[in-house]
Design a protein around this ligand. Structure first.
Ligand code: CA
Ligand code: CA
Length: 220
């Protein structure tokens, strides 16, 4: 967590962080008013050092659709996992299945750094499981120099604003976020999705990966 991002998330507005309009306060939506294509349950949570932001709004803060700021700015309705923190989300009786291309999307709150092409990212490793015991990790090189090398990680894909009340199924080309294809780890379906923060340091209470939402593209 950079001091600047901490300032952004604390002050709820920071013209130097996102687009010209700065950050907008995303609201935590009620999952009931949206298509049932988002994670419905927090199965497990192990917060790391420096976590705290968003805890008071659990579990809703990470369920339902993402709540980004203006496109290109980071959302604020998130849960900070802390350094090395982990969360496991589920879809109730449903599971993500391997269909054509992207099967699910993880939404963090990366934002474009004003005046630059680069993105401020906090990366996480994503894993999937069908039984909650055996996990398959998407390969993620958090030490890569930029987005070109971050494929397989979560935490760098800008989240777009879209009408979550009508979008079903989820169209990852419109939503943005970080896209995952079960075929990349060779599993046909998954009931659980885990995100593990890969940061080494960060300032409380927003250290580490800031989870907004997880949405399924192919669900059964
Ligand atoms: Ca697929
Ligand atoms: Ca964070």
């Amino acid at each position: 967590m950079s001091a600047r991002k901490l300032a952004c998330m604390s002050l709820l507005a920071c013209a130097s962080c996102g687009g010209a309009d700065g950050l907008e306060l995303g609201r935590t939506p009620s999952a009931a008013s949206y298509p049932p294509i988002y994670a419905t349950q927090v199965v497990d949570l192990k917060l790391g050092p420096g976590a705290g932001y968003g805890q008071d709004d659990l579990p809703d803060v990470v369920l339902g659709p993402p709540a980004p700021g203006a496109t290109g700015a980071g959302g604020l309705a998130v849960l900070s996992l802390g350094v090395g923190g982990e969360i496991i989300l589920g879809f109730g009786d449903r599971r993500v299945v391997d269909g054509p291309g992207t099967d699910f999307v993880v939404f963090e709150n990366p934002f474009r750094i004003a005046g630059q092409a680069s993105v401020f990212a906090e990366l996480g490793e994503v894993s999937v499981s069908s039984d909650g015991e055996t996990w398959f990790d998407f390969p993620c090189d958090a030490d890569a120099a930029g987005p070109e090398g971050w494929g397989g990680c979560a935490g760098y894909g800008i989240v777009n604003t879209y009408d979550a009340e009508v979008m079903e199924p989820l169209d990852p080309a419109i939503t943005g976020g970080d896209h995952f294809d079960l075929a990349d780890v060779g599993v046909p379906d998954a009931r659980f999705i885990r995100v593990r923060d890969l940061s080494r340091e960060g300032e409380a209470p927003t250290a580490g990966f800031d989870l907004d939402a997880v949405g399924g593209v192919h669900l059964e």
